[in-house]
Design a protein around this ligand. Structure first.
Ligand code: HEM
Length: 181
């Protein structure tokens, strides 16, 4: 019978922290910088270029993460001693992956509908006065707020494991030799 590892492997760990860092960066960049610059300001094109390139990388890395996770052995879901919380944890992990993909997909939707690749990278044409005329822009705005809420729940759950249950959960998502049980 195949043995179950007690932690994630180093590639899973690296992908987890890299995607986490880039998603937080994109959320910050999107709401604090990008959405605040008027479309008439030339700085908007620079901000859009950065946001779009990094966010497409996030999209691809999330797909790689999901495939790599399915292809490699992984530890059992961390338990809390409460069946409902355990189910919530499993659902939150699933929803996080789906939501990141949907946020990125809706961003790609705005880009395609507004012709952003030509304007932002090709230097041809001008931005419409407001991207909110496109449905994917509204979806992107709502989904990013949901993503922020879900990340907050995810972090709260991880801290609950680490500091209340004291089950050293963070060791499972850090670099090191994989030991099986
Ligand atoms: C995980 C990936 C992504 C995250 C976390 C993210 C995050 C954000 C956030 C927080 C906003 C501001 C929303 C608001 O305040 O209503 C935003 C706006 C935007 N994002 Fe993304 N985004 C992602 C992917 C993408 C992709 C892949 C594209 C295009 C290729 C894109 C294009 C845009 C555009 C065009 C805006 C609107 C800017 C405006 O209306 O001024 N995003 N994004």
């Amino acid at each position: 019978m195949p043995q179950t590892p007690t932690k994630y492997n180093n590639i899973q760990v690296a992908l987890h922290w890299l995607v986490a860092l880039l998603v937080v960066l994109m959320l910050f960049m999107g709401s604090v910088v990008l959405a605040q610059i008027p479309n008439t300001d030339p700085a908007k094109l620079t901000a859009l270029r950065g946001h779009m390139v990094i966010a497409v990388v996030v999209f691809v890395l999330t797909l790689v993460r999901i495939v790599w996770r399915r292809a490699s052995r992984q530890p059992d879901h961390a338990e809390t001693g409460n069946a409902l919380l355990d189910k919530l944890g499993i659902a939150a992990h699933f929803a996080l992956n789906i939501l990141v993909l949907l946020v990125a997909a809706s961003g790609i939707g705005i880009a395609l509908q507004a012709g952003l690749p030509t304007i932002v990278f090709g230097g041809t044409g001008t931005l419409p006065p407001d991207l909110s005329i496109y449905l994917p822009r509204l979806v992107h705005g709502v989904l990013t707020k949901l993503l922020i809420a879900l990340i907050a729940l995810h972090v709260a759950g991880a801290l609950y494991h680490q500091f209340v249950l004291k089950d050293r959960l963070f060791r499972r998502v850090w670099f090191g030799r994989v030991v099986s049980k």
